[in-house]
Design a protein around this ligand. Structure first.
Ligand code: HEC
Length: 160
């Protein structure tokens, strides 16, 4: 009986997770950041934004590794853009051009070794919301975001 319950809870916990990635923006319309969603030129522009507007408070290392993964993996590109745009630079939030905020996101992706593609990130909210931040390449030793993350941390499924 207990086993049945556990299995039932497990299925409840796991199904929505996969349903979410498939349904929320229709599977075909959603792209992972590892598929190459920004260009090298855009990351270069973002580096300029970082130097001018972020570096005085943030070392590059703050944007990578566990800090990056815990905060952003499984969220959308819109989410990271929106947090930065509305809260940064901390001493003058929202003071940069929209394009500068998008470019600095591309720079943060480059720091995390996401591959570049041929085009820039979309400029509209809708386009940014369709891009899903999956695990950075080489991050935890697995390039497959879902299978790789679920197994080492099974207890996450029981927290909700
Ligand atoms: C004047 C100092 C300052 C500048 C300039 C600044 N930041 Fe920040 N930033 C902070 C502080 C302080 C925090 C921590 C805020 C907190 O955790 O509540 C922070 C937090 C962040 C976070 C984490 C937010 C979160 O909720 O996880 C990101 C990402 C970030 N900054 C990006 C940037 C970017 C990109 C720029 C340049 C466009 C920038 N910051 C410029 C001070 C600054």
């Amino acid at each position: 009986m207990i086993n049945r319950t556990v299995v039932a809870i497990l299925s409840l916990a796991l199904v929505p997770a996969s349903a979410l990635t498939q349904d929320s923006a229709s599977a075909a319309a959603e792209r992972p950041v590892t598929s190459g969603v920004y260009s090298a030129a855009q990351a270069e522009r973002g580096l300029g934004v970082y130097r001018t507007s972020c570096e005085s408070c943030h070392a590059k290392s703050e944007y990578t590794g566990d800090k990056f993964r815990v905060a952003w993996v499984s969220r959308t590109v819109y989410d990271i853009f929106d947090v930065i745009r509305s809260q940064m630079p901390e001493d003058n939030p929202g003071s940069l051009e929209r394009q500068e905020y998008i470019d600095v996101v591309a720079y943060i992706f480059s720091l995390n070794a996401y591959p570049t593609g041929t085009g820039d990130l979309p400029t509209e909210d809708d386009g940014l919301k369709k891009l899903r931040i999956d695990n950075p390449p080489g991050g935890t030793g697995s390039s497959s975001s879902h299978a790789g993350r679920r197994r080492p941390h099974p207890r996450v499924a029981f927290r909700k």
